[in-house]
Design a protein around this ligand. Structure first.
Ligand code: ZN
Length: 323
């Protein structure tokens, strides 16, 4: 079966909400959802960013929408009791992420764009982004599981399923599954160029997804690699049917962002990751100082060619009218 991305997916659909020209219109606010009720706990190293239960998160997104933030990326955080070797809970329609997406789409419909993170690191007991056999990550079995997770997100109403794992061939498999099930309105955002970076620390705490052994250098890219690999990875995802390409992290890879966005004919997103956020929050504790820094950082992403900017600064930048 031929898999063709639909070009008009982002030109005349509600999803053009996320492809604005201004910085404010390009911003996406990340969220972390946990089980329970009334949970609103601050994440270590990330002031202003909380782990929230569904009820609190829905209220939060409602408040965000009232100040003009329309695009949201949601990470499901699972408790240890829901983790196993195969990460099966991540594909369970009754988990907090899926429940929240359903409620959000019921409540806000096309007023908001909901992007969901589809990976295995938050649901596997070992914390890796793929399934492990004999101590190594096995690609194809991991992809099968990622397809199940992505279908479950699409079923809940996600506008974009975001593949953050970097396994080979997962974009094609997920896109094919969507086509076969007639899920024509769910787009695929793929982390095409994701480096094995040292800037992810606070996130792994937030999402409870740190690997219990080893690292992610087998599937994430070497920070020292050249442009050619980045372009190759991006072009591969385009051929497989990705609608949006993600570059991650942001600040140390502005050159890669520029290179990919100028060479690849797809919208390009950048992730202003937790470590980058923490550096700013730790240094610029007074608002005026932070204002200047945040505007400078977000502006650099835009200048380098980002169509979409996923950033923990979104709420403050939009809320205070900095962008
Ligand atoms: Zn992962």
């Amino acid at each position: 079966m031929e898999i063709r991305p639909r070009i008009n997916r982002w030109t005349h659909s509600r999803r053009n909400l996320v492809f604005g020209q201004s910085i404010a219109e390009s911003l996406v606010q990340p969220h972390f959802v946990v089980s329970g009720k009334g949970v609103n706990e601050q994440i270590h190293g990330m002031p202003g960013i909380n782990r929230q239960s569904s009820d609190v998160l829905i209220k939060q997104i409602s408040d965000d929408l009232s100040i003009g933030i329309t695009s949201h990326m949601i990470f499901g955080v699972l408790e240890d009791q829901h983790k196993d070797e195969n990460g099966t809970s991540a594909a369970d329609d009754q988990m907090p992420l899926q429940q929240t997406v359903r409620k959000l789409k019921e409540k806000f419909g096309d007023q908001i764009v909901v992007m969901t993170d589809s990976c295995l690191c938050t649901s596997t007991a070992h914390g890796h982004c793929g399934l492990i056999q004999d101590g190594v990550i096995v690609n194809d079995a991991s992809v099968d599981m990622l397809v199940k997770i992505s279908l479950s997100h699409a079923n809940s109403g996600a506008d974009y399923v975001c593949l953050s794992d970097m396994m080979d061939g997962r974009v094609r498999s997920v896109r094919r599954a969507f086509e076969e099930k007639g899920m024509r309105s769910t787009g695929v955002l793929s982390y095409s160029v994701k480096y094995a970076s040292s800037f992810y620390g606070p996130f792994r705490d937030a999402a409870s997804s740190a690997p219990t052994f080893g690292d992610r250098s087998s599937h994430q890219m070497d920070p020292r690699s050249d442009y050619k690999e980045a372009i190759l990875e991006a072009e591969m995802d385009v051929r497989e049917g990705s609608d949006i390409l993600m570059i991650k992290p942001g600040l140390p890879y502005l050159d890669v962002l520029r290179e990919v966005s100028s060479k690849v004919n797809r919208p390009v997103a950048v992730y202003n990751v937790s470590g980058e956020y923490s550096m700013v929050m730790e240094h610029a504790t007074d608002v005026e100082n932070r204002h200047k820094m945040v505007v400078e950082i977000l502006g650099s992403f835009k200048r380098a060619g980002a169509d979409i900017i996923v950033s923990y600064h979104t709420r403050e930048a939009v809320g205070r009218g900095w962008v």
